[in-house]
Design a binder for this molecule. Structure first.
Ligand code: AMP
Ligand code: MN
Ligand code: MN
Ligand code: MN
Length: 283
């Protein structure tokens, strides 16, 4: 039997709009058998998600999506199967959240200077007590009519050379992979087609990632086109990385991405779940 794996999703603990329990219920309703909750730089949603997963009879893989600065860009590294109680992982994530808190105020001040009042307060209110990310600023700005949609608001306000941009100062690749593997998890390069890297740069990233102990790339992602899936499948096969698959679901507001609605891993890509306990028969 083919089981449905969705190994990348977000809750209100970071920039998703469903609580961990509601997210798990939604995944179960969508027919997902194995899901990972991978909030940005926090594991705060995992306890609630685990309880909900038990109730709904779906398997929860404890995860996280760590923000990394690599060659002056932001890269995301997903950790799957982590022990959230691992001290160095939590210490590292706490530092990243400290930077996030500082950055949120800084984004607020910069938007203020650009004539937009109350953005920090607005973003905090929308975060519902979870960490504050650019997504919360984006939702605030769209609600105030500064842009029509999320794509436009990021492009006009929240990326390099725009008024609300603050450069990331995240973990190094080595730190992020080290925290994940130290916590017993597997490290995955998230949505590799999203970074605008040349082929050469991407291969450099993959090489360094493997040297640090990274094992997989997301071949299938809600943000990959079919062509990008093929390219990443080839990279996985050529470099010996395992393949992962995840929707990167953030909530029902974005109808383009749905929990569990992801393409199968292409032929010849070895699934990251190949040796997972209890799910071996699924391969
Ligand atoms: P942060 O980690 O706070 O800098 O925010 C990164 C998050 O912003 C990503 O995980 C996405 O959820 C969201 N994001 C980034 N770029 C876009 C975009 N162009 N449209 C919609 N959401 C975006
Ligand atoms: Mn996000
Ligand atoms: Mn990401
Ligand atoms: Mn994500």
């Amino acid at each position: 039997m083919n089981r449905c794996y969705d190994l990348h999703s977000h809750s209100t603990a970071s920039d998703g709009t469903l609580t961990p329990a509601a997210l798990v219920a939604h995944a179960a309703a969508q027919g997902v058998d194995v899901m990972a909750l991978t909030d940005h730089d926090t594991t705060a949603g995992l306890d609630e998600a685990r309880d909900a997963a038990r109730q709904h009879g779906i398997e929860l893989v404890p995860g996280v999506e760590i923000s990394v600065t690599w060659m002056r860009r932001t890269i995301h590294v997903v950790g799957l199967g982590i022990d959230p109680g691992h001290g160095p992982l939590q210490a590292g994530l706490a530092k990243l959240r400290e930077f996030r808190d500082w950055r949120a105020r800084e984004i607020g001040e910069r938007l203020q200077a650009a004539g937009i009042d109350g953005a920090w307060e607005g973003a905090c209110a929308l975060s519902g007590g979870g960490l504050v990310g650019r997504t919360h600023f984006a939702r605030f700005l769209v609600a105030r009519g500064h842009a029509r949609n999320m794509r436009e608001v990021f492009r006009r306000f929240l990326v390099r050379n725009r008024p609300g941009h603050v450069a990331g100062q995240w973990a190094t690749l080595e730190q992020a992979v080290g925290w994940i593997t130290g916590a017993g998890g597997q490290a995955v390069i998230a949505h590799p087609a999203r970074y605008g890297l040349t082929r050469t740069r991407l291969l450099t990233l993959i090489g360094e990632f493997r040297e640090c102990g990274g094992e997989a790339i997301e071949v299938v992602s809600g943000s990959h086109s079919p062509d990008e899936v093929s390219v990443m499948a080839r990279h996985a096969r050529d470099t010996g990385l395992l393949g992962s698959a995840g929707s990167d679901y953030h909530g029902p507001e974005n109808p383009w991405i749905e929990m569990g609605r992801i393409a199968p891993l292409p032929e010849g890509v070895i699934p990251i779940w190949r040796h997972w306990a209890g799910v071996r028969e699924a391969v």
